[in-house]
Design a protein around this ligand. Structure first.
Ligand code: ACO
Length: 324
């Protein structure tokens, strides 16, 4: 009997730059207060990349941890996908640089641009390739140096973001035990919202990189109420429901968005993994950073059912159900 290939999670890894920027540090930089930032966003501190660090260097450190956890080496990887909005260079891709730095000399590497939803898009793409038998083992990253595209004089944005990288090693397996693996992913984009959350620069428009701008209240409303469709699609596709979930790991933008979204979906607070308080919003990196945090502190265990979900600029939004 022919068995279908499944995409199994072999390991996670993450890395945060050493430098920590607290709300109290920000009080000295812009007209703001620790109280305001905590009350509106739940963020206490964020990590900022050093001058000699780049998105690919953060990602490589995350990958080394994931490979060590899985007992694998670079030679075992044949697909690298990096979700990022802050690439090292316009070309080649950050994924190609990660491939070079890790010493992977086979397969393919490319970047994904779906802003804060990028990691879920990356998992979805890798899952399709692995299930099709095109590659054997993928490293999927969310990696960002958001601090490089923040206007550090704009208090409405600079208090929210941070830097970091996280990844998953995904593997194609025929005999997946206990129904483990990536069960279903669902992606959406609606470009009519392109001007709600954007960077005001780019190669072909301004020949510069620009800085982050957003209509905070509109983003907030859509993030809480507009993204439930992809979660309901994931439940419909798998026959699972909120009651089956062990963990909800949404994009870590803002504590009020996360808890508002969880309440709308009927997910109890004790099933929500929240790292935004210590990491800030690290865009595509936020979900793999939160995942790896909860794996390493022992919350996530083999066989747990995990829902990941994210909204980012575009708007792009996405969900994924994973049996760990
Ligand atoms: N410190 C102190 N005061 C501030 C700050 C600050 N850092 N930033 C804004 N304010 C002021 C404003 O100027 C305004 O003052 P005014 O009333 O005198 O004009 C007041 O605080 C209220 O501003 P609002 O923008 O209305 O505040 P709001 O309650 O909407 O909170 C926030 C702002 C936190 C950005 C909220 O809209 C939000 O969470 N939006 C979601 C956006 C988000 O998380 N984006 C992240 C990227 S998107 C993503 O990852 C999906």
């Amino acid at each position: 009997m022919l068995t279908q290939l499944r995409t199994i999670v072999r390991a996670s890894g993450s890395y945060l730059p050493e430098r920590v920027l607290t709300n109290f540090d920000l009080e000295k930089m812009v007209e703001t207060s620790n109280e305001w930032i905590v009350q509106r966003s739940g963020i206490h501190e964020r990590h900022i990349a050093a001058d000699d660090e780049t998105t690919s260097s953060l990602a490589v450190k995350a990958a080394e941890r994931a490979l060590a956890s899985a007992g694998l080496t670079a030679d075992d990887i044949d697909l690298i996908i990096c979700a990022t909005t802050t690439p090292d260079l316009v070309l080649p891709s950050t994924a190609a640089l990660i491939q070079y730095k890790l010493g992977v000399h086979q397969g393919a590497a490319f970047d994904v641009s779906a802003v804060c939803a990028g990691f879920v898009y990356g998992v979805s793409i890798a899952d399709k390739f692995l299930k099709a038998g095109a590659f054997k083992r993928a490293l999927v990253f969310g990696a960002e140096t958001l601090s490089r595209i923040i206007d550090w004089t704009d208090r409405t944005t600079c208090v929210l973001f941070g830097d970091g990288a996280g990844c998953l090693i995904l593997e194609a397996q025929y005999a997946a035990e206990d129904g483990r693996g990536v069960l279903s992913t669902h992606l959406r984009t609606d470009g009519r919202y392109h001007d709600k959350l954007y960077v005001n620069g780019g190669v072909s428009s301004t020949k510069s990189s620009g800085t982050v701008h957003m209509e905070g209240r509109d983003v907030f409303k859509f993030a809480v109420a507009g993204t439930a469709d992809v979660v309901y699609d994931a439940f419909a596709a798998t026959g699972l429901s909120v009651d089956n979930l062990d963990w909800f790991i949404p994009h870590q933008a803002n504590e009020r968005i996360i808890m508002g979204g969880a309440a709308k979906l009927g997910i109890p607070a004790d099933k929500v993994v929240m790292t935004v308080g210590q990491h800030g919003n690290t865009s595509a990196a936020s979900i793999p950073l939160a995942l790896d945090t909860a794996v390493r502190d022992g919350r996530i265990k083999k066989g747990d059912l995990i829902l990941i979900e994210a909204l980012g600029g575009g708007f792009c939004w996405a969900s994924g159900l994973i049996r760990w």
